[in-house]
Design a protein around this ligand. Structure first.
Ligand code: PLP
Length: 407
């Protein structure tokens, strides 16, 4: 008797996560054949030789013996107190431990919060380009992504008037990724205030993905959304993965703010979903007080002489020196999103380009269409490799684009 194959969730067909998609599988095959690849597809500091700061490592290992039991579903009380205090310190009104949710990375909390919020057919306003987990989690939780464009002509900043036109009676949330992955845009306070005003006018939940909140360059300063939002319900996401270079520890948090009367049952829904997955990874939670109360260590990397600053500069120089690339300089986060321009861009297919770069030049990037930008001529690279590697990468990219431009 032939067996039928197992079913899978139909909406998965609409979901893409190209950061670890087909090209990554091909990359593993090539590595299996002995090829040495330069992998620029994942913002994974540990894979590029970065370490979590010593005081975090010490906090983690010092508490292993106390980590056997589940914690409270929302997280260790001390970790939540410290997150709440940090958010009060930056001006989030009434941040308190009861409104902090610790998760296995921000990834889990994004999924959990959309699951808590959405009913079938509800709409979520997402940036395009986006960090594709946001689209995926919206779709898998039966919502519908509605994209607002962040165009390179506008420094990858959104146009609030355009966003407001996209609001319908089904819109439930406005997602803001700042500093932005994949574009590196850092949103100014006046723009953020206008996004708050839209959420206020239409009773939307603001979802502020601020996982890169300590990573800005030049004179750019990060502005948190929740302090501007005041009474407007806002869920702000942060974590240890990027600013503290501890992706593998799987620790993130979400802080709920806004008038409790407007937040309503959503708070309870988040608590219930937290309870159903018992708790977040416990040893990692013990590092949260060390992170938020200990010395700040990211800034040294993002100022001149710092490793991230120098790599970013090498990306900017590489794009400037190329006849085929245009770049909006990243002002925050760990990525650049260059655009292919000129003759090399004619008939451009970003997937084919990325595959060619991998097959011919051993460089792995993510095509722009992986960030929900239709017809993209962009690709994303991470700023994590050292500057000499970045320079080598741009020489290889230029070889591929020269050939495409018929040189
Ligand atoms: N949000 C953004 C914008 C990201 O870039 C990432 C990871 O790259 C995440 C969330 C998820 O981070 P984690 O689950 O490691 O906390």
């Amino acid at each position: 008797m032939p067996h039928s194959t197992l079913p899978t969730r139909e909406s998965l067909r609409e979901v893409r996560y190209d950061i670890r998609g087909e090209l990554s599988r091909r990359a593993r095959e090539l590595e299996g054949q002995g090829r040495q690849l330069i992998r620029l597809n994942i913002g994974n500091p540990g894979a590029f030789g970065f370490r979590a700061p010593d005081h975090l490592q010490q906090a983690l290992s010092a508490h292993v013996a106390e980590s056997d039991a589940y914690t409270h579903q929302q997280g260790l009380p001390l970790a939540r107190e410290v997150v709440a205090a940090a958010h009060r310190g930056r001006g989030t009104p009434n941040a308190c431990a009861e409104r902090v949710f610790v998760g296995n990375g921000v990834s889990e909390l994004i999924d959990m919060s959309l699951r808590a919020l959405l009913n079938p057919g509800d709409e979520v306003l997402l940036p395009s380009p986006d960090y594709p987990l946001w689209s995926a989690a919206t779709i898998l939780n039966q919502g519908r992504p509605v994209y607002y464009r962040c165009a390179p002509e506008n420094g990858f900043l959104p146009d609030p008037d355009e966003i407001e036109k996209l609001v319908t009676p089904r819109t439930r949330a406005l997602v803001v990724i700042n500093p932005n992955n994949p574009t590196g845009a850092n949103y100014p306070p006046a723009l953020l205030q206008r996004l708050v005003d839209i959420a206020a006018r239409h009773d939307l939940l603001l979802m502020a993905d601020e996982i890169y909140d300590g990573i800005t360059y030049d004179d750019a300063a990060f502005t948190a959304l929740a302090p501007l939002a005041g009474d407007v319900p806002c869920l702000s996401f942060g974590g240890l993965s990027k600013v503290w270079r501890a992706c593998g520890w799987r620790v993130g948090w979400a802080v709920l703010s806004g008038d409790p009367l407007r937040v309503g049952d959503f708070h309870h829904a988040l608590d219930l979903l937290s309870a159903m997955r018992l708790c977040a990874n416990v040893p990692g939670q013990f590092a949260v007080p060390a992170a938020l109360q200990g010395p700040e260590t990211i800034r040294a990397l993002t100022v001149p002489g710092g490793r991230l600053f120098e790599s970013r500069q090498a990306v900017i120089d590489g794009c400037e020196a190329s006849d085929h690339l245009a770049l909006v300089a990243p002002m925050g986060a760990l990525y650049a999103f260059p655009q292919v321009v000129g003759p090399a861009a004619e008939g451009f297919d970003d997937q084919a380009f990325a595959l060619e770069l991998l097959e011919n030049e051993d460089v792995l990037v993510v095509p722009g269409s992986g960030f929900n930008v239709p017809g993209s001529r962009h690709f994303r690279i991470t700023l994590l490799p050292e500057a000499p590697t970045v320079r080598e990468v741009f020489a290889r990219i230029d070889r591929v684009l020269d050939a495409r431009a018929g040189r």
